[in-house]
Design a protein around this ligand. Sequence first.
Ligand code: ATP
Length: 253
Amino acid sequence: MTDVEIPEDHPRYESLVTRHRIEGGVERGITSRQGLIAQGRGEAFDYLLGERTIESADLAARAAAAHLLLADRPVLSVNGNVAALVPGEIVELADVVDADLEVNLFNRTAERMQAIADYLREHGATEVKGLAADARIPGLAHERAKVDADGIAAADVVLVPLEDGDRAAALSDLSKTEIVIDLNPGSRSARVADVPIVDNVLRAVPNVTRHARALRDRPREELEVIVREFDPEDALEAAERTIRTGSFADGGE
Ligand code: ATP
């Protein structure tokens, strides 16, 4: 999947790169057609947020990094949009925080599961979970409940970027710390998260990695303070305020 030539100083550079990667993901059989619709919704919120990482999202990314570093069994969930948009970046984050990668699809097909696992391996992943599907998340319909027993089912901290609201809610009912990346501060996924990062996955994943690198040699107590002091309600309110009070034209050309 190649990025077509877009000059980096183009005012909508990131948005155009995103579209091309998602399009490429569909062509490769990684991203579903519903994924295109999800991307459109995300893009609208990104526009309203000014297509930048707002301060509260940066604080959330830092809290997410602290959670992942403190975790015994952290898992990063990867769907078709995440694989298309940030394949190398998600593999790098897994490396830095020593987490497992698990493919987790809303519209699960054996072909797409395999295509995503292969694509992550092409980007440096050694082990990719999700194909065993030998455990279930309670409260979800059969196909959408499938997870790996030694992956998400056993995890204490799960990062679910762009998760569907039902599954995010079912996961948060289990005693796991749930980190969500979602541009819509009103989505159910963002609202049930212990740590909602209201930012584009394109910016958020490398930002969590940057924080994790800065924090990984710090004492546990310091990480625990960062985790304790983070308030998900504040993060959602700050994002909503930014959308409501921002200048509409700021996000545009
Ligand atoms: P809910 O969580 O309320 O049930 P949903 O499941 O109906 O929402 P979908 O349209 O399935 O939502 O999922 C897309 C979600 O992912 C949207 O909330 C959208 O804002 C978000 N999203 C899409 N693309 C990105 C992206 N690149 N970065 C971050 N979030 C994104």
